[in-house]
Design a protein around this ligand. Structure first.
Ligand SMILES: NC(=O)C1=CN([C@@H]2O[C@H](COP(=O)(O)OP(=O)(O)OC[C@H]3O[C@@H](n4cnc5c(N)ncnc54)[C@H](OP(=O)(O)O)[C@@H]3O)[C@@H](O)[C@H]2O)C=CC1
Ligand SMILES: O=C1CO[C@H](CO)[C@@H](O)[C@@H]1O
Length: 358
């Protein structure tokens, strides 16, 4: 397999796992890192033996093929534009952009330049969700008719040292932050969403940081933080969704899918491991499949790099992320307008994983 050269912009909390995994995933070679905080870039550069550059200098390098944008959501679009305008393929963390309009502009720019966009989450390529997909496609629960998706926590200010972006608008809130995991997993299993309804609330106006140098500081809440939605999928399944940063504890599963012949519980879509459980019969362990244990964030990047070489579509695609972002945007608009909203973008179910990246 030939090597694809990678540059990273954004050396904060999530960059650690990308930096480690780029070194162990096939076909990827890290060339340079950048951050608007030079100290963050220097720390990553020293640990991984690559240069720390300015964003401009990294984008000017001829030997970088894909730039991974790990900045905060508000910077996904401006930094993403710079990457595409520099003629590089773009892979970025979720959400694709802080607004649907910005995401659509990125997609147009990439198309116009003949460049690819890939976007997290790529957890659906892990062993847990691939086991669920195989069971579903194999007919184990019959035709899907419904399901639930539940992500309810007390708020990321409990542990993140700079949680401002989780509560800022646009780009913040549980729907923007965690919705991509749940909606991407559902689209991977059930196909595209066609219609949504929802209600939302904002129980608190400020949040107090609990960890790091800024512990005790408060952050203003500019987004709704408790959202209950209904999703109608093209294939006919109806799914209820709950996304919240206001729940201290609960007893729901992350994702359940109900079919005409049975039901299944799907692992946490923020993870690569877990078990697929069924209403009857033996569970399927993620660990029995490739990337079913450990944290493999970056597998979507490796798949995109391989896909460019093989001239085939990549799985964690810009089109998938755009469809997910349109659904997120529609859920909030449906809550604001108190009406159902039709989803217009098309998106194929991504191909199941093969063992090629194992
Ligand atoms: N933290 C987590 O567990 C996870 C986060 N993610 C996603 O990863 C992304 C990053 O999150 P996280 O690592 O937590 O965020 P952090 O705030 O820890 O790190 C982001 C870094 O990017 C820098 N940055 C911001 N804007 C720019 C810019 N225009 N140019 C260059 N650098 C910039 C920030 O600098 P500054 O501090 O000055 O703003 C900061 O150093 C988000 O999209 C998030 O949703 C995904 C999975 C897990
Ligand atoms: O994407 C993410 C994955 O999960 C984390 C919490 O567990 C989030 O904070 C983060 O933004």
């Amino acid at each position: 397999m030939s090597e694809t050269s990678i540059g990273i912009i954004g050396c904060g909390v999530i960059s650690g796992i990308y930096l480690r995994n780029i070194a162990r995933l096939p076909g990827l070679a890290l060339r340079a890192v950048a951050d608007q905080r030079p100290a963050a870039a220097e720390a990553a550069a020293t640990e991984h033996h690559v240069p720390a550059l300015s964003v401009e200098a990294l984008l000017a390098r001829d030997d970088i093929d894909i730039v991974v944008n790990l900045t905060v959501p508000a910077a996904h679009s401006p930094v993403g534009r710079q990457v595409l305008e520099a003629g590089k393929h773009l892979y970025l963390e979720k959400p694709l952009a802080a607004t649907l309009g910005e995401a659509q502009e990125l997609a147009h720019l990439a198309d116009a330049r003949g460049l690819r966009i890939g976007c997290a989450p790529d957890t659906f390529l892990g062993g847990g969700h691939q086991a669920a997909r195989a069971a579903l496609d194999g007919g184990r629960i019959g035709r899907p008719i419904g399901g639930t998706a539940t992500m309810m926590v007390a708020g990321h200010e409990r542990w993140h040292p700079n949680p401002d972006f989780y509560y800022s608008a646009p780009g913040g809130g549980p729907l923007m932050d965690m919705g991509p995991y749940y909606l991407t997993a559902l689209v991977h299993l059930l196909g595209p969403v066609r219609e949504v309804a929802s209600l939302s609330s904002r129980p608190r106006t400020v949040r107090r940081i609990a960890a790091g140098d800024r512990a005790g500081e408060t952050v203003p809440v500019e987004t709704d933080t408790h959202i209950l939605g209904l999703l109608a999928f093209e294939g006919g399944a109806l799914v209820q969704l709950a996304m919240s940063f206001d729940v201290q504890a609960h007893w729901h599963s992350p994702i359940e899918i109900y079919g005409t012949e049975g039901s299944m519980r799907v692992p946490d879509p923020n993870r690569f491991d877990g078990e697929v459980e069924f209403g009857d019969g033996a569970p399927l362990a993620a660990a029995d499949r490739a990337h079913g244990a450990d944290n493999w964030r970056g597998i979507g990047l490796a798949d995109m790099a391989a896909a460019i070489g093989d001239d085939r579509p990549h799985r964690a695609s810009g089109a998938l992320a755009l469809h997910v972002l349109e659904t997120i945007d529609a859920l909030q608009r449906a809550a604001d307008a108190k009406r159902t909203i039709t989803i217009t973008s098309d998106c194929e179910r991504p191909q199941p994983m093969t063992e090629e990246l194992a």
